[in-house]
Structure formats: C-alpha cells, structure tokens
Design a protein. Structure first.
Length: 646
C-alpha cells in the first residue's frame, strides 16, 4: 500500500493511485454517504425546530424638502456654542445589555418562557458525576437562583436575537424561537421599544437644551443688569467724559514738556555765553564757535531774552551781569516747568486709570448685551421649535410568524451528512487498503514486480482448468502473442527449468504452465510439467499411468507430460525431502524443459527451494488481491522475468 500511495520519485502522495484506491471501494464509500444522509435526515426530523421572524425599520430619517427645522436649530446651536445630538448608528451594545433586557422582560416575561429560561433549580446530578466533582475539587456550591435564571436568559437572548444596523441603511431585528408567533411578538416589541426609547432620548435631550439655554439667558440678563448698574455708578462718581479729560491732560503735558525743552536749550546757550564773558574771550571766533554749538543764538527768541538786536548780522556782546540775571531767570523757569510737568503727569495717570475702568465697564456692558441679545433670539427660536417634535422613525416591515423553521437547516444537514459519510468512508477505505497491503492498479503492480516482460491474463483466460488436448486444439486455431513472447524470453535465457507462480490470480500456475508447455513443445523438445500446489486434482485411477523414474505421467499430449510423484505424497512434500534436487536433475536429464508451478503460499515455498538456481520465473498476479509483500519476497528469492496480470 505504501508503494501505491507514494510517488515513484519522491515521498509525495500519488493522487492517481489514491483515486484508484478510493474507486476500488466506491460501493463502501457510497454506502457511508447514504448512511450519513440518513442519519442527518433523522436528526433534522427529530431536532428541536426554531423559527425566525424579522422586523425592519429606520431611525432618524432626514427630510430634504419643506421646513428644515433640524438644520436651522443645529446652525443656531453651533453659533451659540451648543451641539445637538447628531445622527448615528444605533448602539447594539445597549440593545444587547441587561438593562434593556430587563425592560423587555416587563412586557415579554422571559422568566416564564421555557425557551429563554432553561434553569432548573430542582435538577439533581447523577451520583457518579457528583463523586467525580468531589474528587477533583469541583463540588457545586449553592447559587443565587434569580441570578442563575438571568444568566440563562442573557445567554439565550444573545444567541437568539440578531441586530443588523448601518449608518444610513435600515435596522433589521431577527428573533429565533421555538414558537413562530412568539418570535414575531418578540421582534415587534423590541422594535417598538427601540423606537420609543429613541424618541424619549431625543425629547429628553431637547428639554435639557431648552433648560440649559433658559438658565444661560437668565445668567446673561443678570450680568447685563450688573454691568449697566456699575457703569451708572461710575458715571455718578466720576465725570461723564473720561476720554476727553485724559486727552486734554495729555495735550497739556506735551505742551509743558515742549516748553521745558525750549527753556533748557536757552539755559544751556546762556550758560555757555556766560562762560565766554567770564573768560573775557569776546572775539569773533568765540562767537562763531558759540553759534555753531548753539544754533538758538541766532534765533529771535534768544536775542530778545538778552535784549540784543534781532538782526542776525549785527552781534554785540552783552553785559556779564545781564547774562547772569537771565541765566538765573531761566533756571527758575526750568524748575517751575518741571514741577508743572510732574503735577500734569500725575493728573494724566489718574485720568488714564479712570478711562481704563470706564472702558472695562463699557466693554462688559456691551458683551453682556450681545450675549443677552443672542440668547434671547435662541430662546425665542427654541420656544417655537419646542412644540415641533416629529417622529422620524419609519417601519418597513413588521415581524410575522414564519411558516418554515429556520433551524435546523435540513439541506445543510443533508450536505454535511453526505460529506461526513464521504470523509469517513474514504478514511476507512484508505486504512483498510493500507492494512491489506495489495496493489490496486496495474501500473503499481508492474512497477513492484520489476519484470522484463509483461502481459495480460485475459488473453489466455480460456485455458483455465483445461486439459492438454483442449489447449493444443486452441493453439492450433489461434496465435497467442503472450505465449510467444514468453517462449522467446525462455529460449533467450537458455534455462532448463521454468517456475510459474500464481498469487491469487484468476489463472493458476498449472494453467499457464500447461499452455506455455503446449506452445513450446516440438518433436525435438520434450517438456515436463509438475504442479507443486497443495490442492492438486488427483488423477483418475482407472486411467493407464506411465512412470518416469520416481514420477508418474497422469496426463500427456504430444511431447508434454504432466507429472506427479508415484507415491501417495504430494509434489509439495517432495520439497522437504533430501532427494528433491536429485529427482529434479533426473527429470532435467530426461526432458528438455521442466515447468514447476505453484500457487499462493506454496509458490513461496517452491521459490525458497529453488533459490540460487538458474531459473526463469513467471509470476501471475491480480490487482486488489496480490499483496506487495508477497511480490517483494518472490522477487527477492528469484527475480521475476515474466509477469502476467489481470
């Protein structure tokens, strides 16, 4: 069998041989398929039936025409910083959750339904099971009855309820139950509960938005009133024009700073002039240097302060005491301007703080007013929309009682039964074929025998259990190529003894030996045939018998003689005698060719007796009957030169 299932070149499975093996047991495989179909049909007829009901509906269907209240409300809510519930897929986890199932139980009474509630608190375990559990430490502890019931209901609910949902498509609810009316009832109630819960959720969400917006409006109104009150109090305590006061103070401060800058410039120029007069370097060059350093010297204002001519080309040096007096006057003027600037700067800072507070109050008032204006409009819109709460759920199909059970699926069970029968039949067939160890194809049989010459037994099947006279007559009428080729090979090997072994073939070795001997006989060729099989037909005692040495001729035709021992022992018993080879040599000396034939196990014994001798071996084999071990053993004892198969 291993030779059949393995390829010739490697260890991979030969699919052709595998198919041949399976085809050899096709009736058994077909029987297992039929048995599998019958068992599947019996199970489908006796199994608990389940019916499936389906309800189809849709939630949150948007409208594209007419009053688009949802879109307007969403836009206003987004502008106000709010968000409305968006369209989304139905939460399957919520539908399959325990809270939802407990809510359904009030209407459907799952506890009283034996299909869902399979818990039996009065169940008594068998003694053997209790003993095993105590032995391995799995002794059952008392359980909470109500919790155990709910666990059973939840498990059965998750297996019996199927919810298919998509973002834009419809929602499908499939319910399985042993009673079709009950399945339809459960599906419709689940659909109704989902629609009702979704509507309540939307209404609650809208009420919460309205409540939130109302509170926000109240807070905005309170903030507006507070900001306006603070602005009024500020106006009463302070001037009504803080911006104008701050602007005037800033202008005054700029003017004083400009005057201080001018006075400082005059003071520096007069001080430099005072130094020149004190040094008594009143020449034209000193004037030019003074003029270059202090351009204000040529201005009218400087000359007026010193009492000089306003004409630029005329310059006279003033008196030193006059310059000192002017310098002192300018110093006092600078001090006075610095004091005024400090006072003006303090006033400007105070007016700036006042202006900042005023702007804060004004800004808060405007923000509060804007918030209040937006919210009041939102509240007005919400008040208008609060009374419009459409039910957008659309039911496509109510669940109805199913007429045909959905479980068990009889067609599927029959197919599975057939496949299981096919698999089991093929597996058992392969195991049986492996155990038998026989050849199932002619190709594998020829490969295992390794014979030089092969032929078919069908061409000489007419010679089975025929006499030599009949065989001779048939050979004269028709030419047999198989016998001719065998005869040619025997002559080519130049041997005097031929062994014909049969391993469960349709022809016995004696049949082929007779036919081949009849074909090869001639006037110059004498042939003897000895059948070493245990089951040999005894010769007719009334027939005249001739003897050839220790053998008797109990059938002859032409130069072909069929021999057997002259004693009561069989030919097979001669193999164990010491004189076997001596007797065989005697026959070879009296006959030109000696045919020795045997069948099945007797053939193995004959080959063992002839092992090592020059012998032409012809083997008769049969597919599905001849074992590979026998072929291998015979080939090891004496190589097979000729092979006849059927």
């Amino acid at each position: 069998m291993q030779d059949l299932l393995n390829s010739k070149s490697n260890d991979e499975i030969d699919l052709q041989e595998l198919f041949i093996v399976l085809w050899a047991y096709k009736l058994f495989i077909a029987s297992t398929c039929v048995l599998g179909i019958l068992l599947a049909g019996y199970y489908s007829l006796n199994a608990d039936k389940e019916y499936t009901s389906e309800a189809i509906f849709k939630l949150n269907e948007e409208s594209t025409k007419g009053l688009q209240i949802g879109a307007n409300l969403s836009a206003m809510s987004s502008f106000a910083g709010l968000s409305l519930p968006s369209k989304k897929s139905l939460s399957i986890d919520r539908i399959m959750g325990r809270i939802f199932i407990e809510k359904l139980d009030k209407r459907l009474n799952f506890k009283g339904d034996p299909y869902f509630n399979t818990y039996n608190q009065n169940l008594v375990e068998p003694i053997w099971k209790s003993i095993i559990k105590r032995a391995i430490g799995l002794e059952r502890t008392p359980a909470d009855v109500q919790e155990a019931i709910w666990q059973n209901i939840l498990t059965k609910y998750s297996k019996s309820i199927v919810l298919e949902d998509s973002l834009d498509g419809p929602i499908k609810i499939q319910v399985k139950h042993a009673i079709p009316q009950r399945a339809a009832e459960i599906a419709n109630i689940i659909m109704d509960t989902i629609i009702s819960d979704e509507k309540d959720r939307k209404n609650k969400s809208q009420d919460q938005i309205m409540y939130y917006m109302s509170n926000s409006l109240a807070e905005a109104l309170s903030e507006l009133e507070i900001s306006q009150y603070k602005l009024k109090e500020f106006a009463l305590k302070n001037t009504a024009g803080p911006l104008e006061i701050f602007t005037a103070g800033s202008l005054k401060l700029d003017t004083l700073r400009e005057q201080l800058s001018r006075a400082s410039e005059l003071h520096e120029a007069v001080y430099a002039l005072s130094l020149i007069l004190n040094n008594k370097s009143t020449n034209q060059n000193s004037y030019l240097i003074l003029r270059q350093q202090f351009p204000i010297v040529d201005q009218v204002e400087f000359r007026r302060v010193l009492g000089q001519s306003e004409i630029i080309s005329s310059w006279t040096w003033p008196e030193a005491n006059l310059v000192d007096a002017v310098l002192e006057t300018l110093s006092e003027r600078k001090s006075r301007l610095v004091s005024k600037i400090n006072v003006s700067q303090i006033e400007a800072e105070q007016s700036g703080i006042t202006l900042e507070n005023y702007n804060k109050l004004l800004r808060s008032s405007k923000v509060a007013e804007a918030t209040y204006t937006v919210l009041i409009e939102q509240v007005k819109s919400q008040n208008i929309l609060s009374g419009f709460r459409p039910d957008k759920a659309e039911i496509y199909e109510y669940a109805s009682s199913s007429l045909i059970p959905s479980s068990p699926n009889r067609n599927l069970l029959l197919i599975l039964g057939a496949l299981l029968g096919l698999f089991l039949g093929a597996t058992i067939s392969l195991m049986y074929a492996f155990r038998r160890g026989v050849y199932y194809s002619k190709e594998s049989l020829i490969t295992g025998a390794r014979a030089q010459l092969t032929g078919s037994i069908k061409s000489i099947i007419l010679f089975r259990n025929k006499s030599l006279e009949y065989i001779s007559t048939m050979l004269m009428k028709k030419s047999y190529s198989v016998l001719r080729e065998m005869a040619v090979e025997i002559h080519k090997n130049d041997t005097t003894q031929v062994v014909v072994s049969s391993s469960h073939a349709k022809l016995k070795g004696n049949d082929v030996a007779r036919a081949l001997a009849s074909y090869m006989q001639s006037e110059s060729t004498k042939i003897a045939v000895i059948d070493f099989s245990s089951k040999v037909i005894k010769p007719d005692i009334h027939k005249e018998i001739f003897s050839v040495g220790p053998f008797n001729v109990y059938e002859s035709a032409g130069n072909v003689s069929v021999l057997r021992p002259d004693d009561d022992i069989t030919a097979m018993e001669l193999l164990s005698q010491k004189e076997f080879n001596k007797n065989k040599q005697f026959l070879i000396s009296n006959f030109d060719l000696l045919f020795l034939c045997a069948d099945n196990n007797d053939a193995i014994s004959l080959l063992r007796a002839l092992e090592g001798q020059k012998t032409f071996h012809i083997s008769l084999v049969r597919t599905r009957k001849t074992k590979s071990a026998n072929i291998s053993l015979m080939r090891t004892l004496i190589p097979i030169q000729g092979l006849l198969h059927d």
